[in-house]
Design a protein around this ligand. Structure first.
Ligand SMILES: Cc1ncc(C[n+]2csc(CCOP(=O)(O)OP(=O)(O)O)c2C)c(N)n1
Ligand SMILES: [Mg+2]
Length: 282
């Protein structure tokens, strides 16, 4: 499903943020910061950029979406539910025994997704392999991979970076959630990552850094990736962890903590106010 305007995409991101809070509040466990920070990017990917058929998830012509940082599962589930893959009410079974909405995405329980994830650092390798297969088979579909800054402390990520450059995988675009936090602190304190775009360029990629909440910039970067020949693209998206819920913003302690019932009410009230502001936009 494609939305025609940035305003509609912003409203979708707001819906996704509310869905994330409801899911986490129902589960009373899970990750808050990453999913909220990625909502704008997921709205653009699922409602502007990617081709897929929610009613026929294995459609051969679909763009392949690979989530690498699996702990942000709630944003994936919300976006896919809103795109028509699942009933939104069912996402409230997040993290319950027997639910297909596991705390980390499982392809075993959810065949609609391309890969299971949770162990960090695997997604870019998976996405690169799929992209190489697409090239070998001369397919027109593209591969989108969402990864995180914390995952760039994993050696396997850099193996994939070399692999994708070697094979000139211009059908691959990766987006890094550059939110400067990880599980137990700031990335630059734990293991400094520095200028990721510069590192990617040194490895032979096309790479840009954008504000991960700037719709025009993200859409421009994705368009640029689509036109790039001979190189994979990395979009380093600088995001605010916890975006939209003021008490959770920019605080690594919200990496893996769910809001209490009371905090969830406050978060939903804040997001409802934000929705009014978006609705008032031209
Ligand atoms: C291989 C591996 N090591 C450790 C973990 C535990 N872990 C889960 S999330 C996380 C932090 C990763 O950083 P990032 O993805 O940037 O987190 P966020 O920005 O969402 O807070 C860690 C260490 C894991 N899932 N996999
Ligand atoms: Mg991070």
């Amino acid at each position: 499903m494609k939305l025609g305007s940035v305003k509609e995409l912003r409203l979708m991101a707001n819906t996704i943020r509310q869905d994330i809070i409801r899911m986490l509040a129902a589960a009373q466990s899970g990750h808050t910061a990453g999913p909220l920070g990625l909502a704008d990017i997921f709205a653009i990917l699922f409602f502007h950029e990617m081709n897929y058929d929610a009613k026929n998830p294995r459609w051969e012509g679909r763009d392949r979406f690979v989530l690498s940082n699996g702990h942000v599962a709630p944003v994936l589930y919300a976006a896919m539910a809103r795109a028509g893959y699942f009933p939104i009410e069912e996402t409230l079974s997040l993290r319950k025994l027997g639910s297909r909405f596991q705390g980390h995405p499982s392809k075993h329980w959810m065949p609609e997704i391309e890969n299971s994830s949770g162990p960090l650092g695997e997604g870019l390798g998976i996405a690169s392999g799929i992209a190489l297969a697409g090239k070998m088979d001369k397919k027109g579909w593209r591969v989108y991979c969402v990864t995180s800054d914390g995952e760039h402390q994993e050696g396997a990520t850099w193996e994939a970076v070399m692999f994708a450059a070697k094979h000139r995988l211009d059908n691959l675009v990766a987006i890094c959630d550059r939110n400067f936090i990880q599980i137990d602190g700031k990335t630059e304190d734990v293991m400094p990552l520095g200028d990721l775009a510069q590192k990617y360029r040194a490895f032979g990629w096309n790479a840009v850094t954008v504000n991960g909440h700037d719709y025009a910039a993200l859409m421009r970067a994705l368009e640029g990736a689509g036109k790039m020949k001979g190189k994979p693209t990395m979009i380093v998206a600088e995001t605010t962890p916890g975006k939209g819920v003021s008490f959770a913003e920019n605080d690594y302690r919200w990496h893996g903590k769910a809001p209490s019932k009371q905090e969830a009410e406050a978060a939903l009230a804040e997001l409802a106010e934000e929705r009014k502001r978006i609705e008032a936009m031209p």
